[in-house]
Design a binder for this molecule. Structure first.
Ligand SMILES: Cc1cc2nc3c(=O)[nH]c(=O)nc-3n(C[C@H](O)[C@H](O)[C@H](O)COP(=O)(O)OP(=O)(O)OC[C@H]3O[C@@H](n4cnc5c(N)ncnc54)[C@H](O)[C@@H]3O)c2cc1C
Length: 439
């Protein structure tokens, strides 16, 4: 019999919740729903809380509603990998789509968003164990290595970012595997503890005067800009403005947005503590790591450097963490065969939201603001877009965000239930295999 991959203390819960469980952070009593507020924000993750923090600092009253505990969504579940620009418009040529000027404005803004996150951590005294170690992106094939080289040159030219090309013979300087065909290192990148970050944002927003109302689902929104009415099971609230920040958890309350988002489950596992020598061999420079596969792997060491956290799309349907864990263990040992005997202590899942054009979206519909579509990378971007919505509401900026009003496509007959994902997943998996066969 094969030995179990599960440690005796295995949990189907995020590793991050050991230090910052969103349910523990909520005050014992959920605040009452106010009769009136200037701005009602639906969704208490990075986007909603960043919006609330900036509004409250400007003395604009706001209430953040979350159906679960504040921070319960992707914001306390992700891998905490951050970078400023490499992920904008994943897989599409934004210069060809939006023109050179707008593409440059987007990349510049992604860089600004990175700096903004660093400033917020410092200004608000949030100890989210942030470290700027850089990011290694591994090429899954020689052809993709060429694509990464071109991307590195483009990023360096457009934004002045320092991006280093690592050919295959030097790969072991970055990562203890021969799985990739070389890669690039993006220096403006690093990792943080996502659950401590979202808790820190919540505390900062609350200190500034925002009202955070967990365990209160917004069930319906009526009215128009100037006078909206939001219905919740704990009472109704009247709001001048509404901001939707529900991303991969968007439901029927906002059908127009739901029809434009594809919710996709992403899965992560955490290993037991590794011997120091093994951890140092896996990722010697402690960089955060992703690759070029269509069904990508992403991984990093925990902030204390003792565990490997390994993530990917184990399935293209919603399955429990106990089902996804063996698949991720297999992916992990494909990259790092030396971890074959290593056991898992945690496995969990959360939802990301893709847009049909793979771009982040900030804008307005039916008089309501929204900041959604993280496309799998939203620690920095969703925080930034939430902040941008606050500036828009407050009239605090002269310059529109480069991500504002891009046009937000949907597809005929699509209602928000992505029935096609398993088929798309199988097709992507096949194409990833073909890339290696042709290599
Ligand atoms: C497993 C995983 C790994 C990831 N790894 C990374 C990474 O390494 N780097 C990176 O940059 N990004 C990563 N991401 C993406 C990142 O986590 C998200 O982009 C980001 O957290 C989204 O923040 P948000 O505030 O928009 O949404 P969320 O944090 O998802 O918050 C949305 C909230 O809306 C609430 N809600 C929904 N409907 C209602 C309603 N009707 N009423 C009230 N509340 C409602 C939900 O309960 C939820 O809490 C990952 C995501 C996942 C799931």
């Amino acid at each position: 019999m094969r030995p179990s991959i599960f440690a005796p203390d295995f949990k189907e819960a995020p590793y991050w919740w050991e230090a910052a469980d969103p349910a523990q952070a909520s005050p014992p009593e959920t605040p009452a729903v106010p009769e009136k507020t200037d701005v009602a924000i639906v969704g208490g993750g990075y986007a909603g809380l960043s919006c609330a923090l900036e509004l409250a600092r400007r003395n604009i009253s706001c209430a953040v509603f979350d159906a679960e505990a504040i921070g319960y969504g992707a914001s306390s579940r992700n891998a905490g990998m951050v970078s400023g620009g490499i992920n904008v418009g994943k897989g599409i040529d934004i210069t060809a789509t939006y023109g050179a000027d707008r593409a440059k404005a987007m990349i510049d803004e992604a860089g600004q968003a990175y700096g903004h996150m660093e400033q917020i951590l410092e200004r608000e005294g949030i100890d989210a164990r942030y470290q700027r170690f850089g990011r290694f992106v591994g090429a899954h094939s020689r052809q993709q290595f060429g694509m990464l080289e071109r991307r590195a040159a483009w990023l360096a030219e457009t934004s002045g970012q320092s991006v280093e090309v690592i050919p295959e013979p030097r790969q072991r300087e970055e990562i203890g595997t021969d799985f990739y065909r070389g890669g690039i290192v993006v220096n403006r990148a690093g990792g943080l503890h996502p659950a401590l970050y979202v808790r820190g944002l919540a505390e900062a927003a609350s200190r500034a005067g925002a009202r955070l109302i967990g365990h209160t689902r917004v069930e319906a929104i009526s009215g128009a800009q100037g006078r909206f009415l939001l219905a919740t099971p704990r009472g109704n609230v009247e709001a001048r403005e509404v901001m939707i920040a529900t991303n991969g958890y968007t439901g029927q309350v906002t059908p127009w947005i739901r029809r434009r988002l594809i919710p996709v489950a992403s899965f992560i596992v955490a290993t037991e503590e590794l011997p120091e020598k093994v951890a140092a061999e896996l990722i010697p420079k402690k960089r955060v790591i992703a690759d070029t596969k269509r069904i990508l792997y992403y991984f990093r060491l925990s902030p204390d450097g003792r565990r490997l956290l390994f993530g990917g799309r184990a399935r293209f349907s919603q399955v429990g963490a106990k089902t996804s864990a063996p698949i991720l263990h297999r992916f992990m040992t494909t990259v790092f065969p030396q971890l074959a005997e290593t056991k898992l202590t945690h496995a969990w899942t959360g939802n990301v939201a893709f847009a049909f054009d793979f771009m982040p979206h900030l804008g307005m519909n039916d008089g309501m603001h929204y900041a959604v579509a993280c496309n799998g990378s939203g620690v920095i971007m969703q925080s930034w877009l939430g902040h941008q919505v606050a500036l828009k509401i407050a009239g605090g900026t002269n310059r529109a965000s480069a991500f504002d009003g891009l046009g937000f496509p949907t597809r005929p007959l699509y209602s928000g239930r992505p029935w096609f994902l398993p088929a798309v997943g199988a097709w992507y998996r096949l194409r990833d295999r073909v890339d290696r066969w042709l290599d």
